[in-house]
Write a protein that binds this ligand. Structure first.
Ligand code: S3P
Length: 165
């Protein structure tokens, strides 16, 4: 059986929704960013500052595969996990849900968040990053969930109804 993976741009609620699904299904939820931080003993910000985005992407691929290989679980990912083709292929073989929001909603949630190194950028720069990734999210997912204007509980129900446990 495959894992349930959540993907989407920063601020779309992957961690919150992953935890909510985990409670309903009584199954472990692993947050890929938190897993990387734990394994590397450094914050995401420190990893970006010390070794840059490219190095972070290598860690992301390595640990994504490790989690998927070791156990069947619910996995909330970081927003940039889809930028590598290798990760998109790994994700597409799981039950992967893309949590979709318009950029303006996401921007209002993440702007100026210093724990997210890439969120410290102008509206235009972040919007370009969002647009550049749209096709990648679509390619990596099995299901697209339009989340704008919905309550978390309803998004969770929508996902659970599609899951093959
Ligand atoms: C990133 C998103 C972050 C984190 C890192 C890079 C990105 O996760 O992995 O800061 O490239 O979009 P969230 O989507 O949970 O903020």
């Amino acid at each position: 059986m495959s894992s349930i993976c959540l993907i989407g741009f920063m601020g779309c609620g992957k961690t919150t929704i992953g935890e909510a699904i985990s409670k309903v299904l009584d199954k472990e939820c692993i947050d890929l960013d938190a897993y990387i931080v734990h394994k590397q003993n450094r914050s995401i910000k420190e990893l970006f500052e010390a070794k840059g985005e490219a190095y972070f992407r290598q860690l992301e691929t390595y640990y994504l595969k490790e989690i998927i290989h070791n156990k069947q679980s619910i996995i909330s990912t970081g927003g940039g996990v889809v930028v590598t083709k290798e990760n998109r292929e790994v994700l597409h073989n799981q039950q992967t849900f893309y949590l979709k929001y318009p950029f303006s909603t996401l921007y209002s949630r993440i702007k100026g968040d210093e724990s997210r190194p890439l969120a410290i950028a102008s509206y235009e720069v972040l919007e370009k990053r969002y647009k550049d990734r749209l096709d990648f999210y679509k390619e990596a997912c099995k299901y697209e969930i339009a989340c704008e204007g919905k309550y978390i509980n309803d998004i969770v129900k929508e996902i659970i109804n599609k899951i093959n446990i």
